[in-house]
Design a binder for this molecule. Structure first.
Ligand code: ACO
Length: 341
């Protein structure tokens, strides 16, 4: 586990100056899913809180992973008042890049024309965006980067086993992006701390067996859906509630705050029941928790930035408020970031 607070020696800190999000056009409702697998709108809504999700049209260039990232990045740039040539660094959190080579980050750089930037992908599954934001924060605080574009985008529909009713109901596609800029260390608007962890011993509860260098997607692997997500839902559920709670407490305590001083909790959106269980454990009212899972499902690394972008744009998030970003994902990976907006 790695914890970084900002009372260190750097004269700099990071400020989020722009947010953006993008989703594919096509809605896939629970009723649509009930035509494919043995399920119902009622079961999915009761057990997960999800009513619909967005799914890309395969082959549509405007709905490639990096095209969603591009649309989200343009909105974040506009909010920040920046142009692509001012970006120093692109960190792209994803597990479903357009291609394995080149990275989604390089595809995005190409689409944006962000020629001054260097670009890389980061894989921490659903925790990816928080890992990427923490990484950008480190580069900014070291003085090496002034303006970073951080993206969380996934097209999980491409790795969903559409015949497995216990997992195919959960996921959707989407992208979120932040512009993060260098500011002075004691700025009232800054990232206050980041807390990251992982436990590779738990790899088996959520993995994709084929498609990496261990196992090629042979016709046999393909016929067994080994190139799709394989999930032990109950184990993940329990671990998620525990670690989301732990990492929230870690961030609050590291900054000497009380839970009631947090204005918004922005958790990974995997299951509304997980979110409610965490809020209950923290004694935190659901009225201060950002939720978009009902409309978009679990969009992996895009859940936190898209939920936050929505609340920034509709005015729920106000200047000076304290925001707690809190995630878990395959790996398993975990993390939290505390932000003074
Ligand atoms: N429709 C109807 N019935 C279903 C469905 C469905 N879609 N899926 C499962 N069932 C059935 C099961 O077969 C089981 O039936 P049985 O009792 O006859 O065997 C019954 O419902 C209960 O199944 P459970 O697995 O106990 O259901 P649970 O309440 O645990 O919900 C779920 C399952 C939604 C998968 C839940 O465990 C969950 O959300 N886990 C977390 C998953 C997750 O977060 N994954 C991603 C994490 S990492 C990342 O975000 C990338």
């Amino acid at each position: 586990m790695n914890t970084v607070t900002q009372n260190s020696h750097s004269p700099y800190s990071s400020r989020i100056t722009g947010t953006g999000s993008a989703f594919p056009q096509n809605r896939l409702t629970n009723h649509d899913l009930a035509k494919r697998v043995d399920t119902s709108d009622e079961w999915i809504a009761d057990r997960t809180g999800i009513r619909e999700r967005r799914i890309v049209r395969p082959g549509d260039p405007s709905e490639q992973n990096s095209s969603l990232g591009y649309a989200a990045a343009l909105k974040a740039l506009e909010m920040a008042g920046k142009t692509p040539d001012q970006i120093d660094q692109i960190i792209y959190a994803t597990v479903t890049p357009d291609t394995l080579i080149p990275s989604a980050a390089c595809w995005l750089q190409h689409k944006l024309g962000a020629r001054r930037a260097w670009a890389m992908d980061l894989n921490a599954a659903c925790s990816g965006f928080v890992y990427a934001l923490a990484t950008a924060d480190q580069f900014i605080r070291s003085g090496q980067v002034r303006t970073s574009l951080v993206v969380g985008a996934d097209v999980l529909s491409s790795v969903t086993n559409w015949s497995d009713r216990s997992s195919c109901i959960l996921f959707g596609d989407g992208a979120g992006a932040f512009i993060v800029e260098q500011t002075h260390a004691q700025s009232p608007h800054r990232i206050l701390s980041s807390h990251l962890g992982s436990d590779g011993d738990l790899w088996e509860v959520f993995h994709i067996p084929a498609g990496g260098s261990n196992l090629e997607v042979t016709p046999e692997a393909y016929s067994k859906n080994l190139h799709k997500m394989n999930m032990k839902g109950k184990e993940i559920f329990k671990s998620a509630v525990r670690t989301l709670s732990d990492y929230a407490v870690m961030a609050i305590e590291a900054n000497g705050l009380k839970p009631e001083e947090i204005d918004w909790l922005i958790p990974h959106q995997a299951n509304l029941r997980i979110i409610e269980a965490v809020a209950k454990r923290l004694n935190f009212p659901m009225s201060k928790v950002l939720v978009n899972i009902d409309r978009f499902g679990n969009t992996s690394s895009a859940t936190v930035p898209t939920a936050m972008d929505e609340a920034v744009r509709d005015g729920r998030i106000q200047k000076g408020q304290t925001l707690l970003l809190d995630v878990f994902g395959a790996g398993l990976t975990y993390g939290s970031i505390l932000v003074r907006w």
